[in-house]
Design a protein around this ligand. Structure first.
Ligand code: FES
Ligand code: FE
Length: 374
């Protein structure tokens, strides 16, 4: 238990129960994940009309699909008849309609009810009143972001602003052309830790010298615990002996066409609350989407995105992917090592943040503010 009052060098974390209490997680589902814009699905994963993916957001299962006009659509994955889950697979493709596996109510790709057994014998039923429940959807960085709120917050103010605030320039992220990149690798991590431990870990670099030898070789300033995420406009420079953002510092894939000279040979990290981390390096973008499933379990889907011609060439991406895959594995192991201690009496009142971690307190304040909101 930290002694109170704390000396100025130290700031308090959240108490342990914020990471273990199922009621608190339930409140976060309702007040954070079901109210904010959540990065759900990569648009290119739904290349054809009828392709779909399902994702868990808060307490809802959300179905994202591509309509016949080519637009992405999101719906609650719940049949309007008696509530069966419409798509039971996490991904797939239907030909032209979504048919409930229970009694065969059938919806078109825009969610409209188009058929049901014996519907003709119920002339009083207005089909348009029994379509799938639509979920707000926006596209950014090549991903479908969805929001379950009845009145979604401004996308600009709650999502895009994170990149502007971090990079100090509204156009900076656009230079990576993320929406035009191709998927080089995707790894899904099933992390036995509360989602906030993962966010906090991503926000600080106090641990970098201890657990990230490969990353601190490529980005030497990380060895000092410097938190690149919180210095507006600053990207961590590659070491002088480093050719590219790869596991051994060897050559990468040059730089993306619109990356500026200032952005070249630098690493930038952006946290988009609550569940997205974007890492920008000259030749690729690494995007993490978190899906918090329980107070002690979070699935993190990580995409490595490269110039389409790099992926099409069949180039060996392994040394490039391996750097951040190792960082992920090192970070998630640290989070999993921390999670069990959250119920300990030693952590009843929480732990402490050192000066290079103090900005994590802003995240904690944000979480508390969301939970306190009506
Ligand atoms: Fe879907 Fe009956 S629950 S058709
Ligand atoms: Fe880390």
């Amino acid at each position: 238990m930290p002694p109170l009052p704390l000396p100025p060098s130290l700031a308090a974390t959240l108490p342990g129960r914020y990471y273990t209490d199922p009621d608190l997680f339930r409140a976060e589902q309702e007040r954070i994940f079901e109210r904010r814009w959540i990065c759900a699905v990569r648009g290119a994963d739904l290349a054809e009309p009828g392709a779909f993916r399902t994702v868990q957001i808060g307490r809802e299962n959300v179905l994202v699909t591509r309509s016949r006009t080519g637009a992405l659509r999101a719906f609650l994955n719940v049949c309007r008849h008696r509530g069966a889950r419409l798509c039971t697979e996490t991904e797939g493709r239907v030909r032209r309609s979504l048919r409930c596996p229970y009694h065969a109510w059938t919806y078109d790709l825009d969610g409209k009810l188009i058929a049901a057994p014996h519907l003709v014998r119920m002339p009083d039923v207005d089909r348009s009143a029994f379509g799938l429940v639509a979920v707000a959807l926006r596209e950014w960085l090549g991903y479908a972001w969805v929001c379950l709120a009845d009145e979604p917050p401004s996308f600009e103010a709650s999502v895009r602003s994170a990149a502007v605030e971090r990079l100090g320039d509204a156009a900076a992220i656009d230079h990576y052309g993320t929406e035009r990149l191709a998927l080089g690798k995707r790894i899904s991590y099933d992390v036995r830790a509360n989602w906030k431990l993962i966010v906090e870990n991503f926000m600080e670099c106090y641990h970098c010298a201890t657990i990230h030898p490969e990353l601190t070789h490529v980005l030497p300033e990380f060895a000092s615990g410097y938190a690149a995420q919180y210095y507006v406009g600053h990207g961590a420079a590659f070491g002088d002996d480093v050719a590219g953002f790869t596991v051994d510092g060897g050559e990468g894939f040059g730089s993306l066409p619109e990356v500026t000279p200032e952005q070249d040979r630098r690493y930038y990290a952006v946290t988009v609350k609550p569940t997205v981390f974007v890492n920008l390096v000259p030749d690729h973008v690494i995007l993490h989407r978190m899906f918090p499933l329980a107070e002690d379990r979070t699935v993190v889907e990580c995409d490595w995105l490269y110039a389409p011609e790099v992926v099409a060439s069949g180039a060996d991406l392994s040394r490039s992917v391996e750097l951040f895959h190792r960082v992920n594995a090192q970070d998630f192991a640290a989070c999993e090592r921390t999670q069990p201690a959250m119920v300990s009496r030693a952590y009843r009142d929480g732990g402490v943040l050192v000066p290079t971690e103090h900005h994590i307190g802003l995240f904690h304040a944000w979480v508390r503010e969301q939970l306190d909101a009506a």
